[in-house]
Design a protein around this ligand. Structure first.
Ligand code: GRF
Length: 191
């Protein structure tokens, strides 16, 4: 496996984007490897997915730590022990703090289910549907200290048709995410 860029995925929930990356990384011309899952909710389904693929998991419960700096110091130690080069946030429901931002400056990316800067935050899909927009989409960006801010790497639009339910739009968004995220990761690690 030598020569593959080592990536850690941070996730808090279902992990369908984690799965898309694992699947992409395992095909013949892969240029990266999902070497670690970092999860702040040990019972999340994404952990089951990681176990099914023998991917090491670093899980932690934030309230067991004094503050963000303390749990991020623990996570950073684990990232370094696994020689992680890039971090992909895929449904990780926490802001990254200075400890990880400084250690991995410019090497942390996030996927967000809207066309940023529209609809940042926890419910980018629901907010777009409630607003009545006709076009939303998916953004992949470099992470900085803000909430869903930072330089944009890629975006793809998704049309909301008359009569689409929230579930319809979620399905369309996730289908786009699962193609766009592996594509951006491949481009990044090749540079
Ligand atoms: C995705 O919609 C992603 O854009 C957002 O959180 C969701 C995670 O979904 N940041 P999953 O856990 O990858 O299925």
């Amino acid at each position: 496996m030598g020569g593959l860029s080592k990536i850690a995925v941070f996730a808090s929930g279902n992990g369908s984007n984690f799965q898309a990356l694992v699947d992409d990384a395992r095909i013949a011309e892969a240029v990266y490897e999902i070497a670690l899952l970092v999860c702040d909710r040990p019972a999340a389904y994404v952990c089951t997915r990681a176990r099914a693929h023998d991917i090491p998991i670093v899980s932690f419960v934030p309230k067991d730590y004094h503050d963000k700096a303390e749990y991020e110091a623990f996570v950073l130690e684990q990232l370094q022990a696994h020689h992680i080069e890039w971090i992909v946030l895929a449904g990780y429901m926490r802001l990254i703090g200075p400890t990880l931002l400084h250690a991995y400056e410019g090497r942390i990316i996030n996927i967000h289910p809207s066309l940023l800067p529209s609809f940042p935050g926890k419910d980018g899909i629901g907010d777009a549907v409630r607003h009545g927009v006709k076009v939303t989409g998916v953004t992949v960006h470099i992470v900085d200290a803000g909430l869903d801010t930072g330089p944009i790497l890629a975006q793809q639009a998704v049309t909301i048709a008359d009569g689409d339910t929230l579930a319809d739009v979620e399905d369309k968004i996730h289908a786009v995410e699962h193609i766009l995220l592996p594509k951006v990761v491949r481009q990044l690690v090749r540079k």
